[in-house]
Design a protein around this ligand. Structure first.
Ligand code: AHG
Ligand code: MN
Ligand code: MN
Length: 337
């Protein structure tokens, strides 16, 4: 735990100094995201007191019921990102197409050299039950020269991310991010309205006895996965079984617990959904960047998540992510070894 009074902005600036050619734009962008998420946190914590609970009555591109808080978080982030002046394109789970950001919109603002993907509100089915939910983001440098961003700018390999992070709206509001030099966690102190450093350079345990998966889908899994999860539940002291099952149903909450304590989170493909449910660009890739920076592993059961070629903004991928030895062991079962 870190007793130093280091704010998120101070930490971001210190991180920026590690990159000699940094212009400060990424630092500003991360600070803008944090500000937008402070506002979302306020609304999440007031949900139920104001009319943003429940459904909007509309469906998103995935055919899912859009919750009012999904929409609020999306609108809040898009507004904050547009005025930041550092983006040429914004892609969101709640928007079928990406939103090109035209420099003219920003007046004299500096050249917009980044693009961002975000899941404005992850775990939204849990909103009304007061279970932790979150925001996930992933930032890339644009590949095109200038002007409003293009789809090409948005469809880049996960290895090209310059920063990624998530904010969890739970018993406290926590922000975890990496800009390529370690993973750092901050807790929002509502009395001063600042995210304060609580955990510098998070490292995920190489192995731990926790697994997270929706076992309601068991009948649709392939045989290797069934064998793996059955093995995790067996009583075998020699192989460190049984493991404990922990599944919140909010990816950010399940991931954050496993990042700190160790464990494996799995959202596999199955006979009904061969690519699973989670999206590559704004769920799997940002968390894969973070977990690798923390010494963990993230694959689709075979290939490294960060090397999956994105062909579509809302492309799905199976996800096996967490403690390195646990993910490697799951892959061996899936390969029938
Ligand atoms: P979102 O709310 O952004 O659509 O994400 C929900 C995801 C993820 O948070 C979670 O891990 C998964 O849905 C849970 O899915 P199941 O209910 O099918 O287990
Ligand atoms: Mn999500
Ligand atoms: Mn979402």
């Amino acid at each position: 735990m870190n007793k130093k009074f280091i704010t998120l902005y101070r930490h971001i600036i210190d991180e920026e100094r590690k990159y000699p050619d940094a212009t400060g734009q990424l630092s500003d962008l991360l600070a803008d995201i944090a500000l937008a998420c402070k506002v979302i946190s306020l609304e999440v914590n007031r949900a139920g007191l104001i009319d943003i609970m429940g459904l909007t009555g509309t469906e998103n591109v995935h055919g899912e019921q859009v919750k009012k808080l999904d929409e609020f978080a999306h609108d809040m982030l898009v507004r904050a990102m547009k005025v930041s002046g550092h983006l040429c394109a914004i892609a969101s789970e709640e928007s079928e197409d990406f939103i090109p950001v035209n420099e003219k919109f920003m007046g004299e603002r500096p050249m917009s050299k980044y693009i961002i993907h975000f899941d404005p509100l992850d775990g939204s089915s849990n909103i009304d039950a007061n279970i932790s939910i979150g925001t996930i983001f992933s930032i890339y440098k644009r590949t095109t020269e200038s002007g409003p961003g293009t789809l090409e700018d948005c469809l880049q390999l996960g290895t090209k991310q310059v920063a990624a992070g998530y904010i969890i709206y739970g018993s406290s509001t926590i922000m975890v991010y990496t800009s390529g030099k370690g993973v750092h966690g901050f807790t929002l102190d509502p009395t001063v309205g600042e995210f304060l450093l609580f955990y510098e350079n998070i490292q995920i345990p190489k192995r731990a006895k926790t697994y997270s998966i929706n076992e309601g889908n068991y009948s649709k899994w392939d045989s290797g996965l069934k064998e793996y999860v059955d093995d995790l539940k067996s009583a075998n002291k020699d192989t460190g079984r049984p493991y404990s099952a922990r599944y919140v149903g909010s990816l950010v909450a399940d991931f954050h617990r496993n990042l700190l304590y160790g464990g494996i989170f799995m959202y596999p493909g199955d006979t009904k959904n061969p690519k699973g449910k989670l999206r590559l660009l704004y769920e799997a890739n940002p968390l894969a960047f973070i977990v690798e920076q923390a010494g963990g592993r993230a694959t689709n059961g075979k290939e490294r998540i960060l090397e999956i070629v994105p062909l579509d903004l809302h492309q799905k991928t199976p996800l096996f992510i967490g403690s390195e030895e646990d993910v490697l062991e799951a892959e061996r079962f899936l390969a029938g070894k």
